[in-house]
Design a protein around this ligand. Structure first.
Ligand SMILES: [Fe+2]
Ligand SMILES: [Fe+2]
Length: 263
């Protein structure tokens, strides 16, 4: 027996909760590991001397490895889970919700929120190129975490609940299409990774160009490197003018990811 609309609504809500919890947890880790102790103690204005943290306190600063890992983890989550989730909603959920008269205005504001998420995510994925400071980066993650929780609550309480009551809506089909889109979107990048970090520097460019040569129009691969491959970008521009798209999905601190698509 196929699940009822109410059961599907519960599944969507559970997925929202799982995403919200993950982003919140990672953001808390980032704040814990990334805000230097110096700043924290300076902010405690009425702190007595004997309440100041000991100098042997284990608080860390932005060059900390845990901090670096957490940022990269958050960016991966945003690229491979949140972005395709929002895209799938725009393709399969929102158009159907738009058929319900009283949801039309809400859907248009939800789409604006998706654009806001894209902008904030863009700040994080190009942070080294745009010289986004650590405190700004942490604040951006905080914004995203709080905004996403609110956004998901509105989807749960208004859109999903409302849609589940409409028996003419095939909720199961919508969810199935969304899942299919999300898994294809993510696997189009994860299955087509070219990680050159372990290759000898001399053979890296050759491998990258040969991978690009093998692509058909519209196909892409994800280049993973340990530094900004900017010189390669100029080489691509010279060799394949107007034939490729170059999008940074991560720009440090220790890992660089660029989506290269043949167009
Ligand atoms: Fe959404
Ligand atoms: Fe959502």
């Amino acid at each position: 027996m196929s699940p009822s609309n109410a059961e599907i609504a519960d599944a969507i809500k559970a997925h929202h909760l799982q995403m919200t919890t993950k982003l919140k947890g990672l953001t808390e880790d980032l704040m814990k590991n990334g805000i230097p102790d110096q700043d924290k103690s300076n902010n405690i204005i009425s702190c007595r001397d004997d309440e100041l943290p000991e100098s042997s306190d284990t608080s860390v600063n932005p060059s900390n490895e845990k901090y670096t890992d957490t940022i990269e983890h958050i960016i991966e989550f945003l690229n491979f889970e949140l972005k395709p989730h929002a895209k799938a909603e725009e393709l399969y959920l929102y158009p159907v919700a738009n058929g319900i008269q009283r949801l039309i205005d809400l859907i248009s504001s939800m789409l604006e929120e998706h654009r806001l998420f894209e902008n904030l995510i863009g700040r994080l994925t190009t942070k080294s190129l745009k010289k986004v400071s650590d405190i700004e980066l942490i604040a951006t993650c905080y914004d995203l975490s709080v905004l996403f929780e609110l956004h998901a609550s509105k989807e749960n309480d208004f859109i999903v609940t409302e849609m589940s009551k409409d028996s003419s809506i095939e909720f199961g089909d919508i969810l199935h299409q969304m899942h299919k889109f999300i898994s294809e979107y993510s696997s189009s990048l994860t299955d087509n990774r070219l990680d050159v970090r372990t290759m000898a520097p001399a053979s890296r460019h050759e491998s990258i160009f040969s991978r690009f040569e093998q692509l058909k129009t519209g196909q892409q691969f994800l280049l993973v490197n340990d530094h900004d491959p900017k010189p390669l970008y100029y080489q691509f521009k010279a060799e394949y003018p107007d034939q490729f798209e170059w999008e940074y999905l991560m720009s440090g601190p220790s890992t660089w990811q660029v989506k290269i698509q043949k167009v």
